[in-house]
Design a protein around this ligand. Structure first.
Ligand code: SAH
Length: 373
């Protein structure tokens, strides 16, 4: 194909793959993987699509969204709720997702304490008066460690099909690279941040001067904030309205930890019992062979059985009961990781799992096993 013709076609039908929106969100996700923030706020969160992606980042414990348009947030906010699987397998981290209705031109204490604040395609939607207040609210008041701001690069617009003045009818302005960079550098200087520029949506080969389709500034706070300075600037009044809150089930919550530990203890005990019963079948009733794997089997009274458990971690059968020492169960990696200490294991299962009279072993009935067979 003629090279000029090829170039002309390229410039007229520029399509980004993945879409520009996906690339912007992936950029934020990469930033999260790099800096591992615990608390992230997305300003101008719209339909919450970025928040939906970020809830899968395991370092994040607090996610908040803010938008001036409540209806756009509410449209899909239910997709931020925990799923049945989240209750079946609670995560090790805690996660709270909250959505607020309000403007980035106003300060609200619920926006304090965040590590990362994202403003993806937001600033170009702000009225002049709002844009003036924006730096003081985000950099002065919220003062997170990192702020990421993306906005259209107007120099790219001639390459986009059908763009007359702005890319979206609600845009109040679109800046070229020099305009965005001078605003960002001045903001960074004022609030003691450093800023680096990058973007997503590469220009076609040979047109690199145009810059990225979406320009991005990543601001990093230079000095750590003391608790005192945050406190002293806290306004007393809340101005945002909370429209959604979801607290995900987490193993940090004793209630979910207990359920997980109980089911893991019973599962582990069942496996041990199953192995023991299979061995018994294999060795039959030959007392000599039996004693090789189970010296304490069958012939002990409860009292003697208790003593054996104290000195021995081997599970054993007494009558219709299988005794599986808690110490054995605790040595299984998953139980061990969930509980941390043996004392915690005992505390969590107390009264919830049938134990031997001295509390040192889980008791299971052999009869169920026989019924199955
Ligand atoms: N961040 C979104 C897209 C944002 S579109 C994404 O990544 O997909 C801009 C959003 O900013 C809109 O939802 C709009 O309602 C919101 N917005 C406009 N002015 C605002 C203001 N003053 N405060 C908060 N949100 C605002």
């Amino acid at each position: 194909m003629d090279k000029n013709l090829q170039e002309e076609e390229f410039t007229q039908i520029i399509k980004f793959k993945p879409s520009l929106n996906k690339q912007r969100h992936q950029f934020v996700r990469d930033l999260v993987e790099k800096y591992k923030p615990k608390k992230v706020a997305d300003l101008g969160c719209a339909d919450c699509s970025l928040l939906r992606m970020l809830k899968f980042c395991s370092c994040i414990e607090v996610l908040a969204g803010l938008d001036i348009c409540a209806s756009v947030m509410k449209e899909k906010m239910h997709t931020l709720s925990p799923l049945p699987v989240d209750y079946l397998q609670p995560s090790e981290r805690s996660l709270t997702v909250t959505l607020h209705h309000g403007s980035v031109a106003h300060k609200d204490p619920c926006m304090l304490g965040f590590d990362l604040v994202t403003c993806i395609e937001l600033i170009e939607h702000l009225e002049e008066s709002e844009l003036k207040k924006f730096p003081e609210v985000v950099f002065g008041f919220m003062a997170p460690s990192i702020v990421v701001i993306s906005t259209p690069n107007s120099e790219f617009n001639p390459l986009l099909p059908g763009v007359m003045l702005y890319r979206h009818p609600d845009h109040k302005f679109e800046w070229n690279q020099a305009q965005f960079q001078s605003w960002a550098l001045e903001t960074a200087r004022c609030y003691d941040y450093s800023v680096e520029f990058t973007g997503v949506g590469r220009p076609p080969a040979g047109m690199e001067k145009v810059g990225f389709c979406t320009q991005i500034g990543v601001f990093v706070r230079k000095s750590p904030r003391t608790g005192e300075s945050v406190q002293s600037e806290k306004p007393t009044e809340a101005v945002y309205k909370t429209v959604f809150k979801a607290v995900y089930p987490s193993l940090k919550d004793e209630k979910y930890l207990q359920t997980a530990v109980i089911s893991e203890v019973i599962f582990t005990a069942q496996i041990i019992k199953h192995r023991l019963m299979s061995k018994r079948e294999e060795y039959g009733d030959d007392p000599e062979r039996k004693s090789k794997f189970q010296p304490s089997m069958d012939c002990f009274s409860d009292y003697l059985g208790k003593l054996v458990i104290e000195k021995n971690m081997e599970p054993f059968v007494n009558g219709n009961e299988v005794y599986i020492p808690l110490a054995t169960i605790f040595s299984f990696p998953k139980v061990n990781r969930l509980c941390g200490t043996f004392e915690k294991l005992c505390k969590l299962i107390a009264g919830k799992v049938t134990l031997s009279s001295d509390g040192s072993a889980v008791m299971l009935n052999t009869e169920y096993e026989n019924e199955e067979n």
